[in-house]
Design a protein around this ligand. Structure first.
Ligand SMILES: [Zn+2]
Length: 293
């Protein structure tokens, strides 16, 4: 399945572009939540893995003419063993076909905003050419990374190290087009970021705003609909108690103001809204991008 759905919010035309599917350990995805509970929300396979989307967001600015891509999926630089462990599946979708389906060639992309640089968010920025050399996929794009995140990614602790691949980060650094941005950075009017630090230091969530309408690329703050309840936090998070506080503040505002949350990793929900049920945050509505009004 590829998607060609779009919606216009203010000056921006938005497209959901899928960059493939993969599988992650369900226990790791839900931290302290027992399997008896999480498997009712997202069932796992015989290896305890749950299906994950890699859904990027393409943003065309009518005002500046810029074409922004938020995250690039895991890419295809995996050996067979790694591809098997993560169940990487590009038959479902791949980034370049998904972009082509909405009339975008890689050369057209002017800006890539990385939520963060874990491999499933930035690997698609490069590929191997026929001679096995690393090649940039988006040769004209400026790469925007939060400054503190760049410091973490290039000097990781032993626990986070496994998520940062040299073959992903080196070409970004050597491109000459790396732009380090501060917290809550504004790219242009109506397009800025929310900075959060629990999953990894300096994660940024791109946000599109027009009047009362707000859409947030929820990245790994809320990777799937099942991560809306406050304690449902990934085991992968570096600072889960900080995530808890950040989620509470974020979800309070999201529920109050009807924010649309763009799901990067949810295999069956593209956009959700949230509400409270018996005092707990829950998914309220599930919709596709083109159903946003
Ligand atoms: Zn991550």
């Amino acid at each position: 399945m590829t998607t060609s759905k779009s919606v216009t919010i203010g000056n921006f035309e938005l497209f959901a572009v899928e960059a493939g599917r993969f599988l992650l350990d369900g226990g790791a995805m839900f931290g302290v939540v027992p399997k008896t509970l999480w498997s009712r929300q997202i069932p796992s396979d015989d290896k305890n893995r749950i299906p994950m989307a890699m859904r990027s967001l393409l943003i065309k600015s009518k005002k500046t003419g810029k074409i922004y891509l938020v995250d690039t999926g895991s890419g295809d630089k995996f050996n067979e063993k790694m591809a098997g462990i993560y169940g990487l599946n590009y038959d479902h979708s791949n980034l370049l076909d998904s972009l082509s389906n909405v009339g975008i060639s890689p050369d057209d992309v002017t800006d890539i905003i990385f939520s963060h640089l874990h491999f499933d968010h930035c690997g698609g920025t490069t590929t191997y050419d026929d001679d096995g050399n690393l090649k940039e996929v988006f040769p004209n794009a400026v790469y925007h990374v939060n400054q503190q995140h760049w410091e973490t990614a290039t000097n990781p602790n032993a626990r986070e190290k496994a998520s940062f691949f040299a073959e992903n980060l080196d070409p970004i650094e050597k491109s000459g087009r790396l732009n380090l941005v501060g917290d809550n950075h504004e790219f242009e009017t109506g397009l800025d970021t929310i900075s959060v630090n629990g999953h990894t230091v300096g994660q940024q969530l791109p946000t599109i705003t027009s009047g009362q309408t707000k859409l947030i690329f929820a990245a790994d703050l809320i990777p799937t609909f099942a991560h809306v309840p406050l304690p449902w936090i990934m085991g992968y998070d570096m600072y889960p108690v900080q995530t808890l506080a950040e989620k509470e503040e974020f979800l309070n505002q999201a529920a109050e103001n009807g924010w649309y949350l763009f799901m990067e990793h949810d295999a069956s929900h593209e956009i959700i809204t949230v509400g409270r049920e018996k005092g707990k945050f829950m998914m309220k509505n599930s919709l596709s991008l083109n159903q946003i009004s």
